[in-house]
Ligand binder design. Structure first.
Ligand SMILES: C[S@@+](CC[C@H](N)C(=O)[O-])C[C@H]1O[C@@H](n2cnc3c(N)ncnc32)[C@H](O)[C@@H]1O
Ligand code: SF4
Ligand code: SF4
Length: 333
């Protein structure tokens, strides 16, 4: 922790990052109407040949504690299984993927990616209602059901050990009771549950919810959970734009320190690298510069100073745990 604080004060990279968020492609095999990723047919710039040296370089300094692979739909990216295997071989401890689950309906694909090294799967599912699912996710619920059944089966098979979370996007079409039902379903299988509201994207008007509607969904989840104090617990994990704003975010308060410039990296499908989705601008591009040169470079230093001087303004989706809660990784990892 001392090293991290020193690195923060000096705006220097005294250690390697511990977390990498990778938006590996914008391509997708479906077209959810509210999705903020609009280029579902565009082939991005990231290839296995571009990413492999970046992962090797980062891990040669210190193996990443976690990599979170999202998109677009990561499971359709060419070289996906090989890439997971490479991350595992380089010593990445946690390999998390976010997926629409279409490819998980194929048991042999699911087994392959788990054997390759995936340790956690976040499944995007908004409702158990087949008609609403079809409207929101644009593929038949029978396929989603098959994927969920495969996950359940394989999780109960010897030799497979991984974490599953169901991750709905709260929206106008799905009632509070249906969100609570989904949470119950996750509980019944001992899976995690994480939700946020639709907050940007092309169909915000049609599917976005008001604060009152969001609160109704929070309440329904609590009622099912029998939570004694509805101001505690799950309420904190239902993300929405009004939970944290530019003015109320904990990292913007006097004395708070954001350690993203010392702990995390984000890479998007065009190769651009930054510390935070909402913080300073990009600090380089892995298509033309090795990742550790970017991490140690002049643009990165400027961005760290920008963060240290609190010139950026956090939004609600600046995951504060990325910035504040990683010290135990340094202490124990
Ligand atoms: C962009 S997707 C990429 C990964 C994968 N294709 C999936 O759907 O899980 C990442 C997450 O963002 C959510 N998402 C997409 N558009 C959104 C929006 N406008 N507001 C809030 N969340 C959104 C998706 O439901 C998904 O859980
Ligand atoms: S599956 Fe994911 S990336 Fe694809 S359209 Fe839906 S939210 Fe967007
Ligand atoms: S926007 Fe907030 S979370 Fe992101 S880098 Fe800046 S201070 Fe950190």
């Amino acid at each position: 922790m001392e090293t991290l604080n020193k690195a923060h004060d000096l705006s220097e990279p005294l250690t390697a990052p511990v977390r990498l968020d990778l938006s590996i492609t914008e391509q997708c095999n479906t077209c959810c109407p509210y999705c903020w990723q609009l280029e579902h047919t565009k082939v991005g710039n990231l290839t296995f040949e571009v990413l492999a040296p970046a992962i090797k370089d980062l891990c040669s300094w210190r193996p990443l504690y976690s990599i979170n692979i999202t998109g677009g739909e990561p499971t359709i990216w060419k070289g996906f299984e090989e890439f997971i295997f490479l991350c595992k071989n380089e010593g990445v401890k946690n390999i998390w993927i976010n997926t629409n689950a279409i490819r998980l309906a194929n048991m042999s694909f699911l087994k392959k990616i788990l054997k390759a090294g995936v340790t956690a799967i976040g499944v995007s599912i908004d409702t158990l209602n087949p008609e609403k699912h079809l409207e929101l996710r644009r593929f038949p619920f029978s396929k989603m059901q098959k994927a969920l059944d495969n996950l359940y089966e394989i999780q109960n098979t010897e030799g497979f050990n991984f974490y599953i979370s169901l991750n709905p996007v709260l929206n106008k079409l799905v009632t509070p009771e249906e969100v609570a039902e989904l949470k119950d379903y996750a509980n019944s299988r001992e899976w995690g549950f994480f939700c946020q509201a639709v907050f940007k994207g092309p169909a915000l008007d049609k599917y976005g919810i008001t604060k009152e509607e969001r609160d109704a969904r929070d309440k329904a989840i609590f009622a099912k959970d029998d939570c004694p104090d509805p101001s505690q617990g799950l309420l904190e994990v239902v993300q929405n734009t009004d939970k944290f704003s530019r003015d109320t975010h904990p990292l913007q308060k006097p004395g708070a320190r954001c350690l993203k410039g010392q702990t995390t990296l984000k890479i998007t499908s065009n190769g651009s690298v930054r510390f935070c989705w909402n913080g300073p601008n990009h600090i380089g591009n892995i298509l033309n510069t090795p990742i550790l040169e970017i991490w140690k470079g002049a643009e990165a230093k400027k961005a760290r100073e920008y963060i240290r001087e609190k010139e950026c303004r956090c939004l609600f989706d600046c995951d504060i745990y990325e910035s504040l809660g990683l010290e135990w990784v340094y202490l124990n990892g």
